[in-house]
Write a protein that binds this ligand. Structure first.
Ligand code: ATP
Length: 350
């Protein structure tokens, strides 16, 4: 089992300091614990894949270090890093059977625990719920099944570290969900240290022990899903993870842990004990309710989406985008909602 550390990792493509260089990563510090399911999440181009490729050794860092269990990995090629990697495209060998695909990596590395190749392959196919599929060819499998074969192949040599780059993005929503549950079960059964890349924040929250939210080549916040969701550290995290309503205001007065904050001439009371005069705070859609009498704001409704249990309402207040989560589709195009001071979360000065 392995812990993984990235310290001050930067990556520049092209020649540093020239007009054509691209700074893909800047000062990445991440510590993944032994046995942890750790996710890198962020929008397209934020550096997730580059981080994963740097961990795998497909890319050298421009600055900083990558350590497996304290061992510095600079100069160690991917094939000597004891890792299993799964990419978005299944990349199975089309001319080989499923069993041959899974056993592929065992030509170069002995199966663990004194098992024969056949025994190891059978164990892996059982683990990914594909028993009896040994002789099929990859093209006779669905996308989800093919991705499970790719996972079995990556796991066959019992690597210390499992690295997954958007492994489900080619699958439809239902399949993603079932594969996500399987992956989570397999990962916790094997207790293998795992780094998972996705741009899907809901998937990241659902699957991870902890996650790093990335933006523009930097890490904005690392935390457990609940922390990231409830206590976003920056405006970017607040907006990227879920449908937060983010506001900028001026502090007019303070009373203990509460502050009076003014936004465009209107006053709001928030739980905010830090000392800045200007602050950014967020309120989750579900915390804005017609039945709360404090901190009222009148929202112009633009669209409503029926989601089954709830209705997601998009609107505007003073020009700012507002998202509400209501029990019913609103009948009027203007709605007044309020929020409790304790439901506002300060994300930092702006
Ligand atoms: P996506 O979700 O779209 O895959 P990502 O978060 O994985 O995005 P990266 O692929 O890591 O992002 O890219 C980070 C930045 O580095 C981007 O600006 C990208 O254009 C750039 N980049 C990535 N690979 C190279 C390369 N080989 N040469 C030059 N620039 C690159």
């Amino acid at each position: 089992m392995t812990d993984l550390r990235l310290e001050g990792v930067s990556k520049v493509y092209g020649e540093t300091g020239t007009a054509t260089d691209t700074v893909a990563l800047e000062g990445i510090d991440i510590a993944v614990r032994d046995g942890e399911f750790f996710t890198l999440v962020g929008p397209s181009g934020c550096g997730k894949t580059t981080t994963l490729r740097t961990i795998a050794g497909f890319e050298e860092t421009t600055e900083g270090t990558v350590r497996y269990d304290g061992r510095e990995m600079a100069g160690v090629p991917p094939e000597r890093r004891d890792i299993g990697v799964v990419f978005q495209s299944y990349a199975l060998f089309p001319h080989m059977s499923i069993a041959e695909n899974v056993g592929y990596g065992l030509q170069f590395r002995e199966p663990p625990e004194g098992l024969s190749v056949d025994e190891r392959v059978a164990d892996l196919l059982e683990l990914v719920d594909l028993e009896g599929m040994d002789d099929r060819s990859p093209e006779a499998l669905s996308g989800g099944q093919q991705q499970r074969v790719a996972l079995a192949r990556a796991l066959a040599p019992a690597p210390d570290l499992l690295l997954l780059d958007e492994p489900m993005s080619a699958l439809d929503a239902q399949l993603r969900e079932s594969l996500r549950r399987q992956l989570k079960r397999i990962q916790s059964e094997l207790e293998i240290t795992t780094v998972y890349v996705t741009h899907d924040q809901a998937e990241a929250l659902a699957i991870s022990d902890r996650l790093a939210v990335m933006n523009g080549g930097r890490v904005e916040q690392v935390g457990r899903p609940q922390e990231i969701y409830r206590e976003p550290a920056t405006r970017f995290v607040a907006e990227f993870v879920g449908d937060n309503n983010v506001f900028d205001g001026e502090v007019r007065s303070r009373d203990g842990e509460y502050a009076q904050v003014e936004i465009d001439g209107e006053r709001f009371t928030l739980s905010a004990s830090d000392g800045t005069d200007r602050l950014t705070f967020c309120v989750r859609p579900g915390a804005l309710s017609q039945s709360v009498e404090r901190n009222r704001l009148t929202v112009n409704v633009e669209t409503s989406e029926f989601l089954g249990e709830t209705v997601r309402v998009n609107g505007r207040w003073n020009g700012a985008r507002i998202v509400l989560q209501l029990p019913e589709v609103p009948e009027r195009d203007e709605l007044t909602v309020g929020f409790d001071p304790d439901d506002a979360h300060v994300v930092g000065p702006h």
